[in-house]
Design a protein around this ligand. Structure first.
Ligand code: NDP
Ligand code: GUE
Length: 296
């Protein structure tokens, strides 16, 4: 059997089209342009590529994009002052601080200084609490993108066994919350999980967010399961630079029912959901109707 490929790139283009429609309506009917500010501290080349593509896509859907590039030695108080300024800027509806931050900066302190209503990453403790209690919140972009693709593929997720590999605050934990919210039976596996292959083999849905190139082989996967590969790993192979996921695509695609590729799977959906969250934040800030089909 060969797995169906879940085309995240095409899915993301569709989400962006919806976002663009909502942006146009906000402009025409209310004279409001949603604005996203991205803050990058330091020179990490991978982050720079990512920030550039976010900025480009933000403008393409008709929103305002502002980039703040601070040097790696920026002090905590300078960064907090910038966030305070963005919190109070009426033209900015979404704020994203690119992670990880340089070691001398307290990530939790910085994230929790963002106005939760503008926290389009959904990392603020208040959004984390709202999500875990099933209340309206800003939902982290990567798990939201995964959920959209899973709902589209399965229709209804109720009662399915889901295993999330990885328990980070930015992917694993919020992913597990969203799956639970859709009535999956959720297991979170991590580096201390015993007999992980047996745990994974029970799953109808596997979400791999580990950061280890091609860690999940085909013989861990229940035949027909849906596999969502969040991993973005750069490796050298045959003298070339390659991007691979946390799943061994070659063997898993022979067993799974459906799989997201890397690149072209979860990554593009993450950026599309960032734009979706920004238009949602803008609508909420102005007391307007929530854009449909863009939230969890
Ligand atoms: N496509 C996208 O848009 C995005 C992709 N990513 C990618 O997703 C991956 C995960 O990111 P992130 O969540 O930030 O990573 P973290 O490093 O924060 O978390 C990794 C998790 O994997 C677990 N883990 C590590 N080794 C093993 C192992 N051998 N077996 C089982 N579990 C293991 C860790 O367990 P423990 O807690 O016990 O240490 C941890 O919970 C990365 O490849 C990253 O680049 C991330 C964000 C967005
Ligand atoms: N505050 C914050 N929020 C984030 O959401 C966040 C972050 N920090 N730090 C870094 C990670 C990583 N991340 C990715 C998003 C898109 C792609 C993406 O579009 N990937 C393309 C490939 C891009 C390429 O070729 O390099 C793909 O998978 O097809 C990748 C990675 C968001 N992150």
């Amino acid at each position: 059997m060969t797995a169906q490929i879940i085309d995240g790139k095409a899915f993301a283009a569709n989400v962006r089209e919806k976002v663009a429609g909502h942006v146009a309506r906000l402009k025409e009917e209310h004279g409001i342009t949603p604005g996203l500010a991205v803050v990058l501290v330091g020179e990490d080349p991978a982050s720079q590529v990512y920030v550039r593509s976010k900025g480009k896509q933000t403008v393409e859907v008709g929103m305002k994009s502002v980039e703040h590039k601070l040097d790696a030695e920026t002090s905590e108080s300078d960064l907090l002052a910038l966030i305070d300024q963005l919190n109070n800027d009426d033209e900015i509806h979404g704020i994203l601080v690119q992670l990880p931050l340089p070691k001398h900066l307290d990530e939790d302190l910085v994230i929790n200084s963002i106005n939760p209503a503008k926290d389009v990453d959904g990392f603020h403790i208040s959004n984390v609490g709202l999500l875990s209690t099933g209340q309206k919140s800003m939902v982290p972009c990567t798990p939201l993108g995964c959920l959209m693709m899973l709902r589209d593929h399965h229709g209804n997720l109720s009662g399915l066994d889901a295993v999330v590999i990885g328990r980070s605050n930015i992917v694993g934990k919020p992913m597990a919350q969203l799956l639970l919210g859709d009535s999956c039976t959720v297991t979170i596996a991590h580096s201390r999980t015993k007999d992980i292959e047996d745990v994974v083999r029970r799953a109808d849905i596997v979400v791999a967010a580990v950061g280890r190139p091609e860690m999940v082989p085909g013989d861990w996967i229940k035949p027909g399961a849906t596999v969502i590969d969040v991993g973005i790993n750069r490796i050298e192979r045959d003298g070339k630079n390659k991007l691979v996921g946390d799943v061994d695509y070659a063997s898993v695609s022979g067993v799974a029912g459906a799989i997201t590729p890397v690149p072209g799977g979860v990554g593009p959906m993450t950026i599309a959901c960032l734009l979706a969250n920004t238009v949602t934040a803008c609508a909420r800030a102005n007391g307007l109707a929530e854009p449909e089909g863009l939230t969890a």
